[in-house]
Design a binder for this molecule. Structure first.
Ligand code: UFG
Length: 329
């Protein structure tokens, strides 16, 4: 019996692979290496380089490795990029997810865990936002993921598998054991960008928008340590395998930080006073979004171990040093 991790050569996927291996699971990774790296996949997992939309390949993997669960990370994840290339996002995140779900149904896969996103809420009216709030995504990215949530719900009802759609807030940090981290080239995510600037890989960084209706004028996000996030997936897998019902759950801590607060934390932890330039708003950015994570606590028994912004930043910075030492930058 094996778990198929799509996108397992990427940032969050590779952490998931380590989490599964740490729990003694057999892991198969399917990744086309468009943004991920073969070296990010541990030797103990089987890496198959290919596309999730290639149904002949997926059918073959599911039967060959006796896959009982799919954890589906593969997809495109950058909000402003989705505004510029919506059809690319609907292809990668919606159309190809549909193809993968169809294979899962055909192959009798029992459980499906999906990387969803806080972007499905848009700018929530209630903060911290619970799962039952209105779903009004503000970007093609959020809409492309929401459609996949809907497909999963309908397909699970029709075909008898169970699923978890986990809505990630802002994922950051790296494996505390430094086995993997965020290695994306040309990254756009705030903590990664700030850590690259602190370690001299960028000359400066920008703050996108300082005129939002927030205490310091910059956007507010709920930053979650990647290790806690993948642990929530493992708990979701255990829940579903134990006969638990399908669920949709927020993955965040319920604590928001502004862009300026995050940059200050990176400066403090790194001891570097790097250059920060204020610029205009970035398209598709909601002003403030913070999770109500109660469902993860109650249904999955999730107990985050790294809910501390400085710890997230410390691990992210440590990973930047690892990338330099291993000549991966
Ligand atoms: N930001 C900057 N400068 C940068 C990078 C980001 O000011 O160099 C700002 C953004 O404008 C935004 C905030 O920092 O206000 C966070 O931006 P990120 O790019 O780090 O993350 P997003 O909030 O755009 O998106 C991420 C994930 C989504 C998820 C969302 C949930 O990519 O999958 O968090 O809030 F849905």
């Amino acid at each position: 019996m094996a778990v198929l991790v799509t996108g397992g050569a990427g940032y969050i996927g590779s952490h998931m692979v380590w989490e599964l291996l740490d729990h003694g699971e057999t892991v198969v990774v399917l990744d086309r290496l468009s943004t991920g790296f073969d070296w990010a996949v541990p030797d103990a997992a089987k890496l198959i380089v290919g596309d999730i939309g290639d149904q002949a390949l997926v059918d073959d993997i599911l039967s060959r490795y006796d896959v009982d669960a799919i954890i589906h990370f593969a997809g495109s994840i950058i909000v402003p990029e989705s505004v510029a290339d919506p059809l690319g996002y609907y292809l990668n995140n919606t159309v190809k997810s549909r193809a993968l779900i169809e294979c899962a149904v055909r192959g009798g896969v029992k459980h499906f865990i999906f990387s969803s996103t806080a972007a499905v809420y848009g700018t929530p009216r209630v903060i911290p936002v619970p799962e039952g709030e209105a779903l009004e995504p503000e970007s093609p990215y959020g809409r492309s993921k929401l459609m996949t949530e809907m497909m999963l719900a309908d397909a699970a009802a029709a075909h008898g598998f169970t699923y978890a759609a986990l809505r990630y807030f802002n994922v950051a940090g790296a494996d505390p054991k430094q086995r993997t981290g965020q290695s994306t080239r040309g990254a756009t995510h705030l903590i990664k960008v700030a850590c690259e600037t602190a370690t001299g890989k960028r000359a400066h960084m920008e703050v996108f928008g300082t005129d939002y209706d927030t205490p310091d004028g910059t956007c507010i996000r709920d930053y979650i340590h990647v290790t806690d996030l993948v642990n929530a997936h493992y708990l979701a897998l255990t829940h579903l395998r134990g006969g638990g019902e399908s669920l949709v759950a927020n993955c965040g801590y319920g604590q928001g930080y502004s862009v300026r607060e995050v940059i200050e934390a990176v400066k403090r932890v790194s001891g570097q006073d790097f250059k920060v330039v204020e610029s205009g708003r970035r398209p598709g950015d909601p002003v403030a979004i913070v999770a109500n994570p109660d469902r993860c606590f109650k249904v999955l028994g999730w107990r985050p171990a790294h809910a501390d912004l400085e710890e997230i930043v410390r691990h992210a910075l440590a990973w930047e040093e690892v990338l330099v030492r291993r000549n991966r930058v």
